[in-house]
Design a protein. Sequence first.
Length: 247
Amino acid sequence: MKVWVTRTANRAHKTAAAVEALGFETLIDPVLKVERLPAQSLKGGFGAIAFTSRSAVEIFAKTYPLRTVSTFCVGDATAEAAHEHGFARVLSAAGDGRALFDLIRQHRPQAVIVCAPETPAAPLAEWLTADGIRAHELALYRTVTICPDTALNAIEDIDIILLHSPRAARFIGEMLRTKMSPETVKRLSFIAISKACAEALIAGLNEPETASGEAERENVSEISPKVLISQFPDEASMLMLLSNIPR
């Protein structure tokens, strides 16, 4: 069986190696790429940093020397990257943007630098400000979609598609809907890192005026019989689901 690894190029080979260790073939064809934005001046007076992705950690670490304040990370992979880059006090929300918000609320720093992409998946800075915590959003990068021509041309040989982000999932859904037959799409299986990711896929697979519905945390059989959502929003949980699929 062949698995399409769709994540950004700097992460794809590590994921592909883990997938191949489970006995699957892989095809690496990213649908997103990260473009670094011009550095902004960093205002003082902030006692905490919030990171919404590994990319945010890596770009911040290459641009700014600040390492000693409390560091809040959306998930364990992001927290691991923060440790690797020398951030001293790292806490993981082990979830999504809402979980990160809840974690910061528990500690209530006076002011937070929210490191995020140009278009955040969740309005974390707005949530924090509304809750009385001063937040400055620092846009570090943008993600740009790439048409996955290699994967689309080989789609008949692909069995499973891994979805690591809602934006990638929606884009893949749109590509499959507009370029492939319904029969081809129905044959595919999808593993999504989160409920939001699964919902984005379903929205992309449906015409804009008909896309609707809530995805469940398990197999969303009422929407698609072949969409699985990992129990936790991390790659280890995705690989666990993959390992249970008969070869």
